[in-house]
Ligand binder design. Structure first.
Ligand SMILES: Cc1cc2nc3c(=O)[nH]c(=O)nc-3n(C[C@H](O)[C@H](O)[C@H](O)COP(=O)(O)OP(=O)(O)OC[C@H]3O[C@@H](n4cnc5c(N)ncnc54)[C@H](O)[C@@H]3O)c2cc1C
Length: 396
């Protein structure tokens, strides 16, 4: 405990001294620092902040020091996260490698794979994307058809992936492929790491309602993938995929949606709906929705905290991330609906001088929030899994 207190003091001081003022503001999408061979920094401050955090190993604080991480245990990581939140420090580096692939390489990778990929992720040198879904395999992921044929020293990959977020900007893709078409569907799948610069890999962006085009369809046309890029055992990729999905769901349950407005929901209510002489929100129906939402968000925060304490105590409940992915993303959608209702017609602004950035961000975050209960497994499918695994309910 004394160690944690001293660590907190050191971290607080270090952040105070090293996090530039501009990096203590809520981040907008254009100012996020993404990893990659073609990495770009939106400002000198963003570069400095990234480099300082990278040099401490704090882009991935819980990964081993010898592989570029910070070597911190969960309790120390939480202190770092708390102190960053307290000061409003921005996340110094964004990448699917950090959130999803890295933990899977640490768990399933060979020593050579760890040495090859982990430091590059920690240093933000490679941007990763995820190649799971296919036009005919989303919720029923195990039906995937992208083939990888064993050709001796390499696999020959043919097929396509869809909804691959930012594939056009990524350097590498982690992919689920079918290596045994005759086995039961979960048993013939392998997990491959593929360089997007390899001949035969192409991407095509897909436009979204929110005005972005983060999604791509990614095509593999006779792509030669070296055998050393197989993560985990041949035909055992489903186990890697499931482990990785756990990280994705945990991330989604904690992240709270797209970059949104700077105001809190309560501030938005006060500003756009107004309060009466007693300080109560003027609109009773909106007041009730606001209270419900604030209570639910508080309960979600406390549940995350309890879950953290249980993990520290060595008694984690494996069902919590499952349940929290569902609860967290559904409540974020409700929050964004509520913020739109609070703003009234001011929430309808898209761009231009008539609306301020908080108003247009409210609109965009609301549209994007619809995706949250789809990505990483839809809410309906989550409920099926919760019913089966967490509640042991009988199946039809
Ligand atoms: C923002 C975002 C980012 C994404 N990024 C990526 C990415 O980077 N890489 C990647 O591979 N994929 C990505 N995806 C794809 C995502 O994983 C799939 O959209 C998701 O798994 C659902 O698959 P689907 O779209 O094919 O829908 P479908 O599986 O066709 O489902 C359609 C509808 O049917 C319902 N349904 C399906 N099966 C059942 C069932 N058994 N019981 C009840 N209801 C059911 C679903 O809930 C849904 O409402 C992303 C999606 C989003 C929204």
């Amino acid at each position: 405990m004394a160690d944690l207190t001293a660590f907190r003091d050191d971290v607080r001081q270090w952040l105070q001294d090293n996090c530039p003022e501009s990096q203590r503001q809520p981040v907008v999408r254009e100012e996020q620092v993404w990893a990659g061979r073609r990495r770009e920094f939106p400002s000198e401050d963003a570069k400095l902040w990234f480099e300082r955090m990278r040099d401490k190993g704090w882009t991935v604080p819980d990964w081993p020091r010898e592989l570029g991480g910070g070597g911190l245990d969960e309790a120390h990581c939480k202190v770092l996260k708390d102190e960053m939140n307290r000061l409003g420090c921005r996340t110094p580096l964004y990448d699917l490698g950090i959130w999803m692939l890295g933990p899977a390489v640490l768990e399933f990778g060979t020593e050579e794979q760890k040495q090859e990929h982990i430091p590059k992720i920690a240093r933000g040198e490679i941007r990763w994307c995820q190649g799971y879904s296919e036009p005919g395999a989303g919720s029923d992921l195990a039906s995937l058809q992208t083939r990888a044929e064993d050709k001796g020293d390499h696999f020959l990959v043919n097929g396509s992936k869809i909804w691959t977020t930012n594939a056009d900007k990524a350097d590498w893709i982690f992919c689920l492929v079918r290596t045994d078409p005759d086995a039961r569907k979960q048993e013939g799948i392998s997990f491959l790491l593929i360089d997007m610069d390899d001949p035969g890999v192409t991407t095509r962006p897909i436009d979204l309602i929110s005005g972005d085009s983060e999604f791509c369809q990614t095509f593999f046309d006779n792509v030669k993938v070296p055998k050393k890029n197989l993560l985990g055992e041949l035909n055992k990729g489903w186990s890697v995929a499931k482990a990785l999905l756990k990280h994705e769901r945990k991330l989604m349950s904690e992240m709270g949606g797209a970059p949104g407005p700077n105001f809190t929901t309560v501030q938005a209510a006060q500003e756009y709906v107004g309060v009466d002489a007693q300080g109560k929100l003027r609109d009773a129906a909106l007041r009730e929705r606001l209270v419900r939402h604030e209570m639910t968000f508080r309960a979600i925060g406390l549940t995350h905290f309890r879950s953290f304490e249980e993990r520290l105590a060595g008694t984690p409940d494996p069902n919590v991330p499952l349940i929290m992915k569902y609860v967290g993303t559904e409540e974020t959608k409700r929050r964004d609906e509520l913020q739109m209702a609070l703003l009234g017609f001011r929430g309808l602004g898209w761009e231009g001088p008539d609306f301020n950035s908080d108003e247009t961000l409210t609109n965009r975050a609301w549209l994007f929030s619809k995706a949250l209960s789809i990505a990483g497994g839809t809410s309906e499918v989550q409920l099926n899994i919760i019913a089966k695994r967490a509640l042991n309910l009988p199946q039809a």
